[in-house]
Design a protein around this ligand. Structure first.
Ligand code: ATP
Ligand code: MG
Length: 320
């Protein structure tokens, strides 16, 4: 059974009489211990998708529909209390700026302990201190970090603290949104290796949002490619990278010629994302697609399911 199953999810931002369709009819499953990389250029709806799954978007501006089933519970309809419990204990989130939510005037350790105690009210002081030291060790931080302040930590150390916090309650799923993007390549590589190691050891599944295709290639089992709020391709990383089926995925991969080194410009695809507040009759990628044909202009492509769980939203899917 899937750990997380997203079914026909839509997110519409309602701003100034405009409806911005940021996520459109997205469906996919995450199996226990899966690692899924979500890629797509800026504005394609990756963060919106991740935030909406956990109801972290303000209700006033974001209308979310569809289903997000996590172990038989629909996260979009359960009570706030139930959701709050799932949010740290079973699914945790790490953002690029996660540390901004910590206070600069309190020691790291005491803040970590406070967060821990929110969900473990009966834990003794000694128990909490032990647990925190254990967590710091887990992410390769020395115990002295416990008594340090935020401004005394480097960027890499801060991200490690964020990751330690996210692991606090042994979650089954961890969602990382650009969590290592701001770090230098070496620190990022180290942290990613540690995460892979921890996942194996603690049986955690991961959804990782990144601009960096090489991060996905090196650390994920599956990949989801988003374009203008649509999931245009999904499958095993090895399958998708060796034989990308959607023209957008092919363009995206061309922007990373070696899959190592720095990220390049989107060389494979000219133009920019369409206006998400305007509805299109045909394929959303049509205006930029080097392989478009007549039907792409008239008709929205459905999602074609190919071998090995591959899904592709294109009229010519599977024909190459
Ligand atoms: P990036 O890679 O830059 O982080 P992303 O793929 O995460 O981009 P989102 O931040 O999810 O993209 O944005 C998707 C679309 O929704 C964009 O068009 C964006 O302008 C719009 N959007 C995001 N947040 C809001 C908001 N709070 N109000 C209105 N529109 C929003
Ligand atoms: Mg984002």
């Amino acid at each position: 059974m899937a750990l997380l199953s997203i079914k026909n999810e839509n997110v519409i931002y309602k701003v100034k009489n405009k409806n911005i369709h940021a996520v459109n009819n997205v469906s996919f499953d995450i199996e226990p211990q899966d690692s899924l990389g979500i890629v797509g250029e800026s504005g394609s709806g990756k963060s919106t998708l991740a935030l909406s799954m956990l109801r972290l978007l303000p209700k006033k501006i974001a209308e979310v529909s569809g289903e997000v089933i996590f172990e038989d519970r629909n996260l979009l309809t359960i009570s706030e209390d139930e959701l709050r419990d799932i949010r740290w204990k079973e699914i945790s989130v790490v953002f690029q700026k996660s540390m901004n939510s910590l206070s600069p005037i309190h020691k790291i350790g005491s803040q970590m302990s406070d967060i821990y105690m929110l969900h473990n009210k009966t834990a003794s002081k000694a128990e909490v201190k032990n647990k925190m030291t254990e967590l710091l060790e887990l992410v390769n931080l020395p115990p002295r970090v416990y008594t340090m302040y935020q401004h005394e930590l480097s960027g890499g150390m801060m991200q490690r603290v964020s990751i330690a916090l996210s692991l606090m309650h042994n979650p089954k799923l961890i969602i990382m949104d650009e969590a290592t993007t701001a770090l230098d390549v070496i620190t990022q590589g180290q942290i990613l290796n540690e995460i892979k190691e921890l996942e194996k050891r603690l049986s955690i599944a991961r959804i990782m949002i990144t601009h960096d295709m090489s991060v996905v290639a090196n650390t994920c089992k599956k990949i989801a490619v988003m374009y203008a709020g649509y999931l245009v391709e999904f499958g095993y990383v090895d399958d998708v990278i060796s034989n990308p089926n959607h023209p957008y995925t092919r363009g995206l991969l061309k922007s990373f010629p070696t899959l190592k080194g720095e990220r390049g410009v989107l060389r494979g695809i000219s133009g920019s994302l369409p206006d998400l507040s305007v509805q299109h009759d045909g394929c959303i990628f049509e205006s930029r697609c080097p392989e478009r044909s007549e039907s792409c202009h008239k008709e929205k492509p459905g999602t074609v399911i190919l071998e090995n769980g591959r899904m592709v939203m294109c009229h010519s899917a599977g024909r190459r």
